[in-house]
Design a protein around this ligand. Sequence first.
Ligand code: NIG
Ligand code: FE
Length: 413
Amino acid sequence: MTTLIINIKELLQVRESNILKVSGPEMALLPTIKNAYLVIKDTLIAEFGPMKNVPQKTFDKTIDATGKIILPTWCDSHTHIVYAGNREQEFVDRINGLSYEEIANRGGGILNSAQKLNQTTEDELYDQSKERLEEVMRLGTGAVEIKSGYGLTLDGELKMLRVIKKLAQQYPIAIKATFLGAHAFPLAYKENRQGYLALLIHDILPQIAKEDLAQYVDVFCETGYFTVAETEQIMEAGIRFGLKPKIHVNQFNSIGGIQSGIKYDALSVDHLEVMTTEDIEALKNTNTMPVALPSCSYFLSIPYTPARQMIAAGLPLALATDFNPGSTPSGNMNFVVATACIKMKMTPEEAINAATINGAYAMNLSDSHGSITIGKKANLILTKPLSSYYQIPYAFGSNLIDCVFIEGKKIPI
Ligand code: NIG
Ligand code: FE
C-alpha cells in the first residue's frame, strides 16, 4: 500500500537517521522542507522532498495537503495511563485549600488510586485505559511509555503491566512499559520499608522478568516517598533483571536523585521542577535525558522545570505529559508543547524537538520514531491549514489536527 501526500506547506523535523537527540543550542533548530511531498509505503516513511522532485509514478492513494503542515507524532515518554477511576474529589479538595502533600498524608493520593485499582478487574482496567490511549492517539501521540505503580501489591502491579502489554498488542502505537512498584509505601508497610522493598525485589521483579512485562524500572525518589538509598536498591535490582532506570526525581525537593540516576545510567530523569546548579552540572555529558512535565506544574501550581537554564548549560530536554489521575489528568501533548513555550519560555522549535526526537530517545525509540526520516514509522500529524507552525503553541486551546497517521494508517478521529 503506497500513499503520496503532496503540496505539504511545511514538513517539520526532517532528520538523518544518525541524529538520536538534540541538546543545547541545537534545540533551537528545527530542520524543515517547505512545499514538500512525502511517500508512505505500508507502515514506513519511504521518501520525501521538495514538490519539484515529486515522483512521477502511480500510488494507491494521493492526499492533497495544501496549506497544511506535517510533523512526526508526539513521543510521550512519561505517562501513567493505566489507572482505575479518578481523583476528582481530591481536585476539589485542593481548590478548597489542601495541598497535594496533605492529601497524600491523609491516605489519599497514590494510595487512593491503589485502592481503586486493586478493586478493579483486569478487563475493566483495560477498558478504562484503552479509552485514554485512543484519546491520546487522536491528539497526535504515536509512541508512549506507561508505568505501573497504582497496584503496590504483587497482583495489582502484575495486573497493570499485563494491561499495558495487552494495549501494546492491540494498538499500532509504540508502547513501552515501566515497573513503578516503588511509587509509594502501602499503609501495611509504613513501618516496614525494607519489607516492601523485599516484596518489590524478590517477589514482583522476578515475575515481571519471567512474563517479560516491562522494559524500565522507575522509583518516586522524593522526601516522604523513597530515599536515594532505597532508590538505588531498586535501580540495582531492576538492572539485574534487565530493566533500565527511568526515575521520578526533583519534583518537590532536590535530594540527590539525579546524581544517583546518572550513576546507574538512567535513560531519563523526570519531573525536575526543583533544580540546583549542581543538578544541572551533573547532567552534562551523560546519556541521561532530562524530561520536563509542564502539565503537572500547571495542574498542581508548582514550579516549572527551568528549561532556559538547562538548555543554556548545553543539556538536551524532552517533554512528556505525566498523564495520571492525581497530578496531571491530561494526556494532551499539544497542550504540553504550548505550556512549555508559554511558561518555560521554550521556543516553538525547542518545544517540538523536546516532544518528538528527544521524547523518542527517552523511550529508546530513536531508530523508529521522533523524526521525518526514511525508514522510520509513518507516524505523522497532518495539521489543519495553518499560517505557520508557530500556531501550534500559540493557539494553545485549539484543535489544529486534521488527522493522525500511525504506522501509515489514518486513525479514526
Ligand atoms: O508523576 N510524582 C509521582 N507520581 C505521579 C503522580 C501520582 C499521583 O498523584 O497519582 C507524578 O506526578
Ligand atoms: Fe509521573
